[in-house]
Write a protein that binds this ligand. Structure first.
Ligand SMILES: [Mg+2]
Length: 389
């Protein structure tokens, strides 16, 4: 079997309303899908992390840099291909966009491997430790509105996410430490005392500001405090984890086993959040998962993107062993963005219908059991939303 083409599809549409997090506002939803074709008619799908113009630049890397390196290779040799591409781009890559681009290609190769074997990806990895995964809903994005409006809306949205059936709710912060504490208090009020919520700062704080917010959070008992400081600030992470009684999470902006080794050895994370569509694909995710467990750090995948990303993550969430195990072992969550996303809800011929599953099951989502990622994207739909610049 030989690889005959590696194609990128960048999709975009205008969101019904602008959304924001601590770093920027955005008005378009984008997705970057990768399709690997073979001489035997089997096609694999993957996805690269990276929105907007990043996706268009990554398309160039996928098609102009990676494709020529691997045309004619056997798609089942995915570890060989991973190292070939990594080694040939090392002087220009190691982290960031080249690795995001490799991620989408690698995921597509796993989809092909599953289709050839007639098995879902979680079976190729070693089987399902769970056949369904609890889901948490994130929303509560920043908007260009007053603090008072943010506070009222966050309380309402938090309650709405709980009513949708999700098992926890995640909010954004980023209006400044004092205002952010008020937002967190509103979300605690919105979900009530016994419902888990998480706080995502998208690395907007200095260490001292993160301590200010973190100390207030100790009272509110969120399940975790995500990306409080810059991903490069390993000292800040370590000091926060040692100094606060709440879980510190992060890792969505880290790449590959070498970056993750440093992050884990630094002892700054209570919960690791690897992004499979960014860190190097499924091949590298499995090595990062092993590293996390070697450090007894539990893993809850970062999930962002289209239905392809959601399906890939469900395959991986099924394959995470219990760590440390027991009658009632600690369980991961599926991260689910509750804001408008057609590419997650409408891309597939048979949609995953996460919201419907969550509503009818009280927060649980089934792991797809079809071959490969277990999904089939609709080509007409892809064509309709494809953009070239
Ligand atoms: Mg995050």
């Amino acid at each position: 079997m030989k690889i005959t083409a590696v194609k990128s599809h960048v999709l975009a549409y205008d969101l019904p309303e602008e959304l924001g997090y601590s770093q920027l506002y955005y008005a378009k939803r984008t997705a970057h899908l990768v399709e690997v074709e073979t001489d035997e008619g089997v096609t694999g799908w993957g996805e690269c992390f990276g929105p907007g113009n990043i996706a268009l630049a990554n398309k160039g890397i996928v098609e102009k840099v990676i494709q020529p390196m691997i045309l004619g290779d056997d798609p089942l040799d995915r570890d060989v291909i991973w190292h070939k591409v990594y080694n040939m781009t090392r002087d220009h890559g190691q982290k960031g966009m080249p690795i995001q681009s490799l991620s989408g290609v690698d995921i597509a190769l796993w989809d092909i491997a599953g289709k050839v074997a007639g098995l879902p990806v979680h079976k190729l990895i070693g089987g399902a430790h769970r056949r369904e995964v609890r889901a948490y809903g994130y929303g509560m994005m920043l908007k260009r509105e007053s603090l008072e409006d943010h506070i009222a809306r966050f309380a309402d949205e938090a309650a709405a996410i709980k009513d949708m059936g999700f098992t926890a709710a995640k909010m954004k912060v980023g209006l400044g430490p004092k205002n952010d504490v008020k937002l967190c208090q509103a979300v605690r009020r919105g979900v009530g005392d016994d419902f888990p919520f998480m706080v995502d700062a998208n690395h907007c704080y200095t260490t001292s500001d993160a301590f200010y917010v973190g100390r207030a959070l100790e009272e509110l008992e969120p399940y975790w405090f995500e990306e409080p400081v810059a991903p490069e600030d390993l000292d800040g992470y370590r000091e926060l984890r040692a100094g606060l009684s709440i879980n510190i999470s992060g890792g969505e902006a880290e790449f590959g086993r070498w970056g993750w080794r440093q992050l884990l050895e630094n002892r700054g994370l209570d919960i690791a959040q690897p992004e499979v569509c960014g860190l190097g694909g499924i091949t590298e995710y499995l090595r990062v998962l092993t590293l996390c467990h070697a450090h007894f750090t539990p893993v809850i995948n970062h999930v962002w993107g289209s239905a392809v990303s959601v399906a890939a993550n469900l395959q991986l969430l099924a394959a995470i062993p219990a760590m440390p195990g027991g009658l009632h072992p600690w369980q991961p969550y599926l991260e689910f963005d509750t804001t408008d996303n057609k590419f997650r809800d409408e891309l597939l011929k048979e949609p995953l219908d996460i919201q419907g599953q969550v509503k009818s099951t009280g927060g649980m989502v089934q792991v797809p059991t079809g071959a490969g990622l277990g999904i089939e994207p609709d080509r007409d739909y892809i064509e309709r939303f494809t953009v070239s610049e």
